[in-house]
Design a protein around this ligand. Structure first.
Ligand SMILES: Nc1ncnc2c1ncn2[C@@H]1O[C@H](COP(=O)(O)OS(=O)(=O)O)[C@@H](OP(=O)(O)O)[C@H]1O
Ligand SMILES: [Mg+2]
Ligand SMILES: [Mg+2]
Ligand SMILES: [Mg+2]
Length: 368
């Protein structure tokens, strides 16, 4: 079946990446003095971001052949290659090798010998494709919601496959989003039972279904083949009963504008503020009905922040568009070019039409 192998490898490698992230947070790979570093744009990046990108890049190249694999991903090697970053690079190399050593437990082939620093850097910098309308491109956000990762809140590992400009496969690993428990505001997993708390969601375009697995990590009580359950969006379509979620950071989305939309629709509940693409996961699983993000004018959304989440929400029965009601365009390269004002994801068409209508009615008086 089409994309069967891509989905299979994608789910396994995201499971492994979630395990890597959890082990970094537990300090299992040794002390991490340089856990958080600022990028040139002042946004945070950690050993986890680079290590996940390197590990996934290496596994995809091994599984599909280096020459066939094009990857569009968030991180580059600029900071890591700096002579002042030798201990940082050493931490990344250790982490990548420790995680690749666990690959067989996830049904994946690891390297025969540990990777050298140059090979790790090479795996990271190979992810410099800019995507576009033709061919197959993997899209990777190694750690989405780095702030959430650093603060012990929600974060995600997001991997998608785009073919000829359309997202065809989506895999979203959510290490702190329990497959059994509902999402709560700004939630972080209780530190005592991190193992197997998280989940991985995934789908294939056109399947009309999305699935969720618990994380396979830690003590090895869960092994391949892992069990999966079908997830579905919420059936609530009355705004009074609906929960909406949005970014935690005011800098990333206009909270007062979304509050105005929520008020005009009669939404009664407090917004669920959650880091990362876990917001899409919450819609897909039925823990929330609406996700709104209105970034500042001039900010261009990147495809890796949305690709996996969008296809999972859509296949689980939801609707995702820009604030003008048009589908997101993944065919234009690294950015969601032409995005009209913001992003609106809903569990169903009724709520979605109401939100888009409210945006339309209120826009003149807003100051984004
Ligand atoms: N200025 C600005 N406006 C809007 N969005 C921005 C901005 N800067 C960054 N980003 C991107 O937001 C990603 C995190 O989005 P979230 O929705 O999770 O926001 S929040 O962390 O909950 O506040 C975050 O993803 P990661 O870098 O992977 O964490 C960024 O790609
Ligand atoms: Mg980032
Ligand atoms: Mg991101
Ligand atoms: Mg990221």
């Amino acid at each position: 079946m089409e994309y069967e192998k891509e989905l299979e490898i994608g789910v396994r490698v995201v499971q492994l990446a979630c395990c890597l992230c959890q082990k970094i947070q537990k300090g299992s790979f040794g002390p991490n003095p340089d856990l958080v570093v600022s990028k040139l744009d002042d946004s945070p990046v950690t050993v986890a971001d680079w290590s996940v990108q390197a590990m996934i890049s290496w596994i995809l190249s091994e599984s599909f052949g280096r020459e066939n694999v094009s990857i569009v991903a968030e991180e580059d090697t600029q900071t890591l290659s700096d002579v002042k970053s030798t201990s940082l690079l050493a931490s990344v190399v250790t982490t990548v090798n420790e995680s690749l050593a666990m690959a067989p437990r996830f049904g994946l082939n690891g390297p025969t010998a540990p990777l050298e620093a140059s090979e790790v850097l090479d795996a990271i910098s190979r992810c410099n494709s800019s995507g576009g309308p033709v061919g197959r491109h993997w899209v990777l956000d190694p750690v989405d919601g780095t702030l959430g990762f650093v603060r012990g809140g929600q974060y995600a590992v997001a991997l998608a496959l785009i073919e000829n400009g359309r997202v065809v496969v989506g895999v979203l690993g959510c290490p702190n989003y329990s497959s059994k428990r509902k999402l709560v505001n700004n939630s972080s997993a209780p530190k005592s039972d991190l193992w197997q708390e998280g989940c991985v969601m995934y789908t294939k375009r056109g399947s009309g279904q999305a699935w969720m697995q618990p994380l396979v990590c830690g003590d090895g009580t869960l092994e391949w083949p892992n069990s999966a359950s079908v997830i579905q969006v919420s059936s609530i379509d009355n705004p009074v009963m609906a929960t909406f979620c949005e970014p935690v950071e005011k800098a990333n989305s206009n909270h007062s504008y979304s509050a105005g939309i929520a008020y005009s629709l009669g939404l009664r509940k407090q917004p669920l503020r959650v880091y990362s693409m876990v917001k899409y996961a919450a819609i897909a699983r039925g823990d929330a009905e609406i996700y709104m993000k209105f970034a500042k004018a001039g900010y261009k959304e990147k495809i890796w922040d949305h690709a996996a989440g969008v296809v999972i929400v859509e296949e689980a029965g939801g609707v995702v568009t820009d604030a003008g009601g048009r589908p997101l365009d993944f065919s234009k390269g690294v950015y969601l070019e032409g995005l009209d004002r913001g992003i609106v994801a809903c569990s169903g068409v009724n709520l979605h039409e109401k939100i888009i209508g409210a945006v339309y009615a209120s826009w003149d008086s807003s100051h984004l």
